[in-house]
Unconditional design. Structure first.
Length: 246
């Protein structure tokens, strides 16, 4: 059951901003950070997802990311992703989506105005000239890809010890400040600075709604928390919103 106030606030809203985390991707079957079995369970993520580890053993790190890319490649966006696309159609340029996920599912679903706070596993770039490569196919015989300039190519994801991309976080903060309605979907609320975005929105007058399988560390900060799958709750919100708008 969607509280009436949620639809009332959405009907009045001109600007809607969203933050998504691992929960929405888990509903599509995206595997956990470390994967399953084999060598990857013997290594801590910090031993693979940091720049020093990459420079020490780029072949090992690329093997890990290729494994993850292969797992994600066959996974499809779910109804939660598609419902956010529908919300963007309703609010147009007044809609924005910040995500902590690197799986590219929001863009594959059709979302346009997406701020990727932790990067995108389907993108890579040269650490020397910064040339970007999208959905690069790596020659298994070479294992480690190199740019035409001679620089080594790395995954375009934020590693331990690295800052979030400045433009993406600034746009996310600005969207939170300007929003009339703010969604937090499938995020635990314990990874900052992303976890601070709903609070920024609320302090600037937005109505805030959390959707998650269970209550989180920041649930008490929201106007309303709905527990359940985003793939069930978001389609119902979109349906009710469209009915009221007709």
């Amino acid at each position: 059951m969607i509280p009436e106030i949620v639809i009332e606030k959405l009907l009045k809203a001109k600007r809607v901003a969203v933050l998504t985390g691992a929960g929405i991707s888990a509903e599509s079957g995206v595997p956990t950070f470390r994967g399953e079995g084999g060598i990857w369970n013997k290594l801590k993520p910090e031993e693979l997802a940091n720049f020093d580890a990459f420079m020490r053993n780029p072949k090992l790190v690329w093997e890990w990311y290729n494994m993850r890319k292969n797992l994600i490649s066959d996974i499809k966006p779910n109804q939660g992703h598609y419902s956010l696309v529908e919300l963007e159609k309703i609010y147009g340029s007044g809609f924005s989506l910040a995500t902590q996920n690197i799986d590219n599912l929001h863009i594959r679903a059709g979302s346009k105005n997406v701020f990727e706070l932790h990067g995108n596993i389907e993108r890579s770039y040269c650490i020397n000239c910064r040339k970007y490569y999208h959905d690069m196919v790596i020659d298994e015989n070479k294992a480690v890809p190199y740019c035409q300039c001679g620089g080594i190519i790395r995954p375009d994801v934020v590693w331990f010890g690295e800052n979030l991309p400045e433009e993406e976080i600034n746009l996310s903060v600005e969207a939170a400040k300007q929003s009339d309605f703010y969604f937090s979907i499938g995020t635990s609320g314990n990874v900052y600075p992303a976890a601070g975005l709903p609070g920024i929105a609320k302090r600037n007058g937005a109505f805030t709604l959390e959707i998650n399988l269970e209550r989180t560390l920041i649930s008490d900060e929201f106007d309303i928390t709905l527990t359940g799958k985003s793939g069930d709750i978001l389609p119902e919100i979109v349906k009710l919103l469209r009915e009221e708008r007709t």
